[in-house]
Design a protein around this ligand. Structure first.
Ligand code: PMP
Length: 388
């Protein structure tokens, strides 16, 4: 009989998903959990986007697209990047732009391709701690070494914090604002300093901006979330549709940046993902015409509620974006975050311990992408547990 264990590589074994699985295993035993652990919006895909996908399917747009992405979407993406970042140059079309554009299967797809193209054995990749769970594993899968920069307690990945970790082997810095899991947003000054240090030290900056629309402290509706792309075009900029339009299951994102790197990512996509789902790409064009400000306003209100309710009980760096907060377990309880989360789950509230996103186990992530009643019940329970 075949021994399946013999076929599982050290590369696959090195991925440890136990932390998050433990929370979900515990959750499976609960009847009606108060779920503050979800990393996706609680609103549905806009009607116009659904209709565009249905129309695309009915019109027979069901085959492979070109690897780099269907022209209408790719052109629209390239133009929107150039409009937001004038330093990136004039864009008559994606093909004639001074930078490359690749439509991917979610930001996850773009991250996988970027890692496989740009880093390998002997290379180091600087990532913030706490980090989005995939970063550490994708860096390792690519054969490189993650180098963690501790960003507690304000969760800002600044140039000053990055500098001491730069070595001749540093290839890439992963930057993520608004951040998962902390919800913290980098200021313009931080974005500028990170873009500058990467340029000066010849390091590729990868900015994961999947939460760019979920930014709450804006002045005026037209203002945009601070981004290092305002200060450099020598970088990879990744954005997606999953969060902004509630399209997590549709698998659509994109990468823009230096043409040669995007060409290599396109080549790898050709021999792996092939292309992002065709009908979803056409729906993506409709999505980019949608105004999501009502959802953003709703999440801003929930964000304010979280800050207000947790104040005085939990230490919390105010989240300025995404839909997460990352409070600290009160030290007086004498509990690790994992132990605190076990208590929360026993009280039917699902949150995720910091150890899943960090080398520290002192904080926990809560998501407020849920209805108000669920959020209020969850916050009440967490506050009660912190006061025991
Ligand atoms: N980056 C961050 C920071 C995320 O939180 C997520 C989704 N949780 C992704 C990338 C991947 O998103 P997707 O593949 O759905 O575009």
């Amino acid at each position: 009989m075949l021994d399946p264990e013999r076929f599982i590589t050290p590369r696959a074994r090195a991925i440890d998903a136990s932390g998050i699985r433990r929370v979900f295993d515990l959750a499976a035993t609960l009847e009606d959990p108060i779920n503050l652990s979800i990393g996706q919006p609680d609103f549905d895909v806009p009607e116009s986007v659904k209709e565009a996908a249905i129309r695309a399917i009915q019109d027979g747009f069901n085959r492979y697209t070109v690897t780099q992405g269907a022209a209408p979407l790719r052109d629209k993406v390239a133009r929107s990047i150039a409009a937001q970042f004038p330093g990136w140059g004039e864009v008559p079309s994606a093909d004639k732009a001074p930078f490359g554009t690749l439509i991917t299967s979610g930001v996850s797809g773009a991250l996988v391709l970027a890692m496989l193209v740009c880093v390998g054995p002997g290379d180091e990749v600087i990532i913030p701690d706490p980090y989005f769970v995939m970063y550490k594993h994708l860096v390792t899968l690519a054969g490189a070494k993650p180098v963690y920069v501790d960003t507690y307690p304000d969760f800002q990945l600044t140039a000053e914090r990055i500098e001491p970790y730069i070595t001749p082997r540093t290839r890439m810095v992963l930057f993520n604002s608004p951040s998962n899991p902390t919800g913290v947003v980098a200021s313009d000054a931080v974005c500028r300093s990170v873009a500058e240090i990467c340029r000066e030290r010849n390091i590729l900056l990868l900015s994961d901006e999947i939460y760019d629309e979920f930014w709450y402290d804006r002045e005026g509706v037209a203002s945009r979330c601070p981004s290092p792309a305002s200060y450099s075009s020598d970088m990879l900029l990744l954005r997606g549709f999953s969060k902004t339009y509630g399209m997590t299951g549709w698998r659509l994102g994109y990468a823009t940046g230096p043409r040669r790197i995007i060409e290599e990512m396109t080549k790898l996509q050709q021999y792996s993902f092939v292309c992002a789902p065709s009908m979803v790409q056409l729906a993506g064009v409709a999505a980019l015409n949608e105004d999501v400000s009502a959802h953003v306003g709703d999440y801003r209100r929930k964000r304010d509620l979280v800050i207000e309710r947790l104040a005085g009980t939990f230490e919390l760096t105010p989240p300025g974006g995404a839909f997460y907060a990352f409070p600290k377990v009160p030290p007086a309880l004498g509990l690790t975050a994992t132990q605190f989360v076990e208590r929360a789950v026993a009280a039917s509230v699902l949150v995720i311990p910091g150890s899943v996103f960090s080398r520290s186990d002192t904080h926990f992530r809560l998501s407020y992408a849920c209805d108000d009643r669920t959020l209020e019940r969850g916050l009440d329970t967490l506050i009660g547990l912190a006061r025991i």
